[in-house]
Write a protein that binds this ligand. Structure first.
Ligand code: Z5A
Ligand code: MG
Length: 211
């Protein structure tokens, strides 16, 4: 990259089976095919010791109080922040499957206070764009492997979607909301276009933090 040009922090968010992993993979492939240095990431990042506890929780082999697992999801992002900052400043664009907004949405949907949930996310690197894939929960249940992990219940996913909508309104300046029932190809084309416009704009902007 040329001196002083940073990469973009791009996040995919949305309910279960909304297509985040599919779309993040396609976006990484597109950017790489254009010679743009790009790396995929995802949260929870299950390989660290904190990530392994989260994995045990999600696969129902471990129980933890709601507050404790919330803080572990947040700690799992914090433990990767130096790496995220370094990659962005080196000029690498990061395409991240879930971030702070999943943290707030799932915990607030369980009944924890919204502001309490947001607090540990403050200070994390602020995304340049969040691609929020939105669809009624009933439209997503017939997609592959629905129902295997702890949170994959239709009623709960409805509450998660309500919190995501609230965050989307609050953070409207960098959230992009998409109808996730569109075809994979149509969504990818829209997201690709927005990303290609975004990269040169943010390249000379300093990194910001969530507040
Ligand atoms: N969680 C939390 O509580 N707090 C936090 O801070 C964080 C997460 C970060 C695990 O996440 C759980 O952690 C999650 C939230 C909680 N809750 N649950 N359960 P995860 O990211 O590991 O979840 P996942 O199991 O990888 O997948 P997912 O996110 O549920 O799915 P997805 O990535 O959005 O969808 P996909 O894998 O791309 O697609 C699903 C299927 O639909 C697949 O068969 C596709 O081929 C199909 N698909 C995709 N797009 C389309 C379209 N457009 N049309 C039709 N079919 C499609
Ligand atoms: Mg996924």
């Amino acid at each position: 990259m040329s001196a002083g040009k940073r990469g973009a922090l791009i996040i995919f968010e949305g309910c279960d089976r909304s297509g985040k992993t599919t779309q993040s993979r396609l976006l990484v492939e597109l950017l790489k095919s254009k010679g743009i240095p790009t790396l995929p990431m995802n949260f929870p990042e299950r390989s660290s010791s904190i990530g392994q506890v989260i994995n045990s929780y999600l696969t129902n082999s471990k129980d933890l109080p709601d507050e404790v697992i919330h803080l572990m999801f947040s700690a799992n992002r914090w433990e990767h922040m130096n790496q995220v900052r370094q990659k962005l400043l080196e000029g690498t664009t990061l395409v991240v499957d879930r971030y702070s907004f999943s943290g707030v949405a799932y915990s607030a949907a369980k009944g924890l206070d919204f502001d309490w949930c947001y607090a540990p996310e403050r200070g994390l690197i602020k995304p340049d764009a969040v691609f929020y894939l939105r669809a009624p929960s009933n439209d997503l249940t017939n997609r592959g492997q629905y129902g295997e992990e702890r949170y994959e219940k239709v009623e709960f996913q409805g509450r998660v979607a309500e919190v995501f909508d609230r965050i989307c309104s609050k953070e409207a300046s960098y959230f992009h909301k998409f109808d996730a029932t569109q075809s994979v190809e149509d969504l990818h084309a829209l997201i690709g276009r927005i990303t290609e416009e975004l990269l040169p704009k943010v390249a000379t902007q300093p990194l910001d933090t969530l507040s």
